[in-house]
Design a protein around this ligand. Sequence first.
Ligand code: 3HC
Length: 335
Amino acid sequence: MYTVFWRLRMSNTPEPSESAVDTHSADLERGFLAKIESETKIEPKDWMPDAYRKTLIRQIAQHAHSEVVGMQPEGNWITRAPTLHRKIGLLAKVQDECGHGLYLYSATETLGTTREELVTALHEGRMKYSSIFNYPTLTWADIGAIGWLVDGAAIVNQISLCRTSYGPYARAMVRICKEESFHQRQGYGIMVTLAEGTADQRAMAQDALNRWWWPSLMMFGPHDSDSAHTRSSTAWKIKRQSNDELRQRFVDITVPQAEHLGLNLPDPDLRWNADRGHYDFGEIDWDEFWRVVKGGGPCHLQRMATRKAAHENGRWVREAAATYAQKQGADQQAA
Ligand code: 3HC
């Protein structure tokens, strides 16, 4: 319908009056909202409000950046994994994360932007990646805690996003969630081995839990009351559950897992609330959260320096692929 409008506009028909254009825009908006209401996926070729497009580019690109930057803390332990079995599992996981980033960059490109623009925005600090990847991986137990907690939190968030209103994002989530469950299992498996190991191994697992628990809760974003985007993202069914709802769900799932490991969660306010049917838990350090989100995280400079260097070192691969594609195209035309 929108294309028809533009074709009419471009043909030699007389310019429509302002009110005709307004009526048409209102019709387009009504059509969009009717699709959202009826749970019909919005596809790249469909008309959509600029603000819907803009917030999708923001969120999906940040998600993609997070997957790619997130390869660094875990990649740090591939050469130091304690066994070949653990090395193979970690290698597979890090490769998966890269693939997740590529799916998500591709989903973002369907919204009319380019990967180069998105990567440049990240490198120039105009786009973010998840706060969680600002923290160092100090011991092997951190790799267990990341798989268990970070991928566990990601699964809670991403299962909800499987129902997001934008088609390419929802479909990318279905595939990513299948791989995330392997990530979470390999992380929890590492924590089980350590928790059932020597006193030193148990202490290493407890230390990692102490350091990764609160940053994992921060992955779900600020409280709903402080969330700039939740209201519009929920109205457009980009978000199907709020930050606080998903955080609560993650806590409710994870506390029994920590109990099974015999490890203590670093939150003195954590307790089961039978009236609510959920765990009550302490307040997040929001100063820490916003400091990290605004680029003050402990590893931010290192993460960005590594990301930029990798991008520069890969320039020749991109140029070779582009030249090859151009040559292929020329050969096909000549044939
Ligand atoms: N890290 C960095 N920035 C964050 C953040 C976090 N944990 N939580 C919120 N923010 C930012 C938002 O981007 C927004 O800033 P912006 O306007 O400059 O983009 C601001 O804080 C306000 O937050 P809102 O709640 O209003 O923002 P959203 O509605 O976008 O909600 C979100 C935040 C829940 C993270 C949402 O963007 C989302 O669900 N994103 C998709 C999932 C995702 O990005 N996950 C990253 C984890 S990495 C991962 O899953 C990889 C896995 O393999 C481990």
